[in-house]
Design a protein around this ligand. Structure first.
Ligand SMILES: Cc1cc2nc3c(=O)[nH]c(=O)nc-3n(C[C@H](O)[C@H](O)[C@H](O)COP(=O)(O)O)c2cc1C
Length: 206
């Protein structure tokens, strides 16, 4: 199974990009996750839609070929970032590469609500006629990383602090990592099953 990951954040140390990397590594046996960059995408411009810049063409082509998409969204001022909205706007036009594409929404923020507001907005946008993506219902598929800056052991978010005795830290963090890693499993499992059901050539029931 081939998936692409889109992080809504441009910064190098982005927790959301790290979350995607962690997901890719942890479920490497279930799917191949290629993380796409949205940094090179110019602002969407309808005048360029018929023949978009190369960076846009490459981005759209990769999404088109993927069996599914994982979007890790940060939360900026209670919504998704402008960079992510811009990427989605490009995808919503022309070949509409997101149409019927299974999408998993995850997100990490340093706040107490862990991108819940951004994810609500993102789900609404993904349901627009231009995108028409397939997203599992939020009730049991809302993966939120709150206080991301404190969760180094969970998603490899930050280097080991030098002020902690290193062995003790490694011991405690490995326990936490073990316990927390199971937390992501049901979400990933449901999404993997969902993608398999939607891959036309691999549908088990037709
Ligand atoms: C412009 C801006 C707006 C932000 N607004 C919110 C917000 O509404 N809710 C929230 O939980 N965090 C907010 N934050 C904090 C982000 O969650 C935090 O910067 C996070 O690390 C961004 O994701 P990243 O690590 O992938 O870059 C905001 C940060 C910035 C720079």
């Amino acid at each position: 199974m081939k998936l692409v990951g889109i992080s809504g954040c441009l910064r190098k140390e982005s927790y959301n990009t790290k979350l995607l990397k962690t997901i890719g590594e942890r479920y490497a046996e279930s799917f191949d996750l290629e993380i796409l960059s949205i940094r090179e995408l110019p602002f969407y411009d309808q005048d360029e839609e018929a023949d978009p810049p190369d960076a846009v063409k490459t981005f759209k082509e990769k999404v088109k070929k993927a069996d599914g998409v994982i979007i890790a969204t940060p939360e900026y001022n209670w919504s998704i970032t402008g960079a992510l909205k811009n990427a989605l706007d490009w995808l919503s036009r022309g070949d509409k590469e997101m149409k019927d594409k299974p999408v998993m929404v995850v997100g990490a923020s340093t706040g107490i609500l862990g991108t819940v507001r951004a994810q609500i907005d993102l789900r609404k946008i993904l349901g627009s006629s231009g995108l028409s993506a397939r997203v599992l219902p939020p009730s049991t598929n809302e993966f939120l990383v709150t206080h991301a800056h404190e969760k180094g052991s969970f998603v490899g978010l930050r280097p080991y602090p030098t002020w902690t005795p290193i062995l003790l830290y490694l011991y405690v963090s490995s326990i936490l990592a073990l316990a927390r890693s199971k937390f992501l499993n049901p979400y990933a499992f449901r999404f993997i099953t969902f993608v398999w059901l939607l891959i036309p050539s691999k549908k088990p029931f037709v």
